[in-house]
Design a protein around this ligand. Structure first.
Ligand code: SF4
Length: 350
């Protein structure tokens, strides 16, 4: 049986601000298995990054506050850990890659020292020579050319793609069980983005790390993940295997996300890109009903009155939308961008 590495149970996280309480994450639950890649998808402000940072306890506390729920990593509750205990876990057990490597790397330290810093923090018996050797191997592993020379260079001497490769080396140097990648390819152009995704898949096979990929880009999701959760207004509105989500989506927000992926034939014929009209809900006072109701063209009376539960569509696939209730009017999902034959389902390292 696959080993569960992470379990997030009914997590609520708020930020206490002068203007009031921002209810950023509201009852989020999901699990992650060893060697698996899970994508968390949604637009800015949906709670995906707050959820990811909560796993590493990187949201500043205060103003961030865990209201309830559990984050069980490797059998232990992360929320109950002290800051000292978290310092042992960060980098060693859980690595993180951030969106913009230029602002995440230290401009005053060589790339080699930044890679070996994590190693030395978690292993005080390591000599400088040993740490240097491991850092060099990591640079080679992430395919930095002329690694022997590049190891002594500074971040400004690296290109954007090379900086992101260096960030991956830093995140993986201690062989973490879990890697959280928060929009790791957003700041890169598409060809470099494809290279970085290939590299991450390749490394996952070699190291067997579990990955949580935070993204708003469904192209990235299709490329790298085995399962997806879609977040909106601080909640999970749909979860499924990646194939199932693309070929049988059951939530109007997911339909909107899929329709927003640029498709050359549609852009040519309609001369415009699709978008989801409207703005996300106010998380100072989130609606008591469906958070997507204001933007949903299928909205019904019950949608504004009652939060939809997660209706089970099939094994491993659920959608929080009243349209999936047996008594709801039948609505056909719009023609989305997938037209190719559905591939066979698979889980495990891609
Ligand atoms: Fe739209 Fe209602 Fe479904 Fe929400 S519950 S997505 S408002 S149809």
């Amino acid at each position: 049986m696959e080993k569960k590495i992470l379990e997030v149970e009914n997590l609520y996280v708020s930020f206490d601000t002068y203007a009031g309480e921002i209810q950023a994450v509201r009852g989020v639950s999901f699990e992650l298995f060893e060697g698996e890649t899970l994508a968390i998808v949604g637009e800015s402000g949906c709670g995906k990054s707050v959820t990811a940072k909560s796993i590493m306890r990187l949201n500043p506390e205060p103003p961030a506050r865990f209201k309830s729920g559990k984050i069980i990593f490797n059998g232990e509750d992360i929320i109950a850990k002290s800051e000292k205990e978290m310092r042992e876990i960060r980098g060693k057990e859980i690595g993180m890659i951030f969106q913009d490597p230029m602002t995440s790397l230290n401009p005053t330290m060589t790339i080699g020292n930044q890679i070996s810093e994590g190693l030395r923090t978690h292993n005080s018996t390591l000599t400088n020579k040993q740490a240097h050797k491991v850092a060099l191997n990591m640079l080679k592993l992430v395919q930095i050319p002329n690694a022997e020379q590049r190891i002594s260079e500074y971040p400004h001497q690296f290109s954007g793609g090379m900086r992101q490769r260096a960030m991956i080396a830093i995140a993986l140097v201690c062989n973490p069980k879990l890697l959280i990648a928060d929009e790791p390819t957003t700041a890169l152009d598409v060809t470099i983005q494809a290279q970085i995704l290939e590299l991450m898949k390749d490394l996952q096979k070699k190291i067997n790390t579990s990955i949580i990929m935070i993204t708003h880009d469904l192209g990235v999701v299709a490329n790298i993940s085995q399962r997806v959760v879609v977040m909106y207004g601080g909640k999970i509105v749909e979860y499924a295997s990646t194939n199932e989500l693309y070929y049988n989506p059951k939530h109007p927000y997911t339909w909107g996300l899929l329709s927003s992926v640029p498709r050359v034939d549609i852009v040519k014929s309609q001369n415009r890109l699709s978008s989801i009209e409207g703005t996300p809900p106010d998380l100072f006072a989130p609606p008591s009903g469906c958070p997507f109701a204001d933007r949903c063209e299928y909205s019904m009376k019950i949608c504004r009155e009652k939060m939809p539960p997660h209706f089970i569509i099939s094994k491993g696939h659920g959608a929080a939308c009243w349209l999936n209730h047996p008594d709801a009017p039948k609505v056909n999902s719009p023609s989305l961008f997938i037209t190719a034959k559905k591939p066979t389902e698979k889980r495990g390292g891609n």
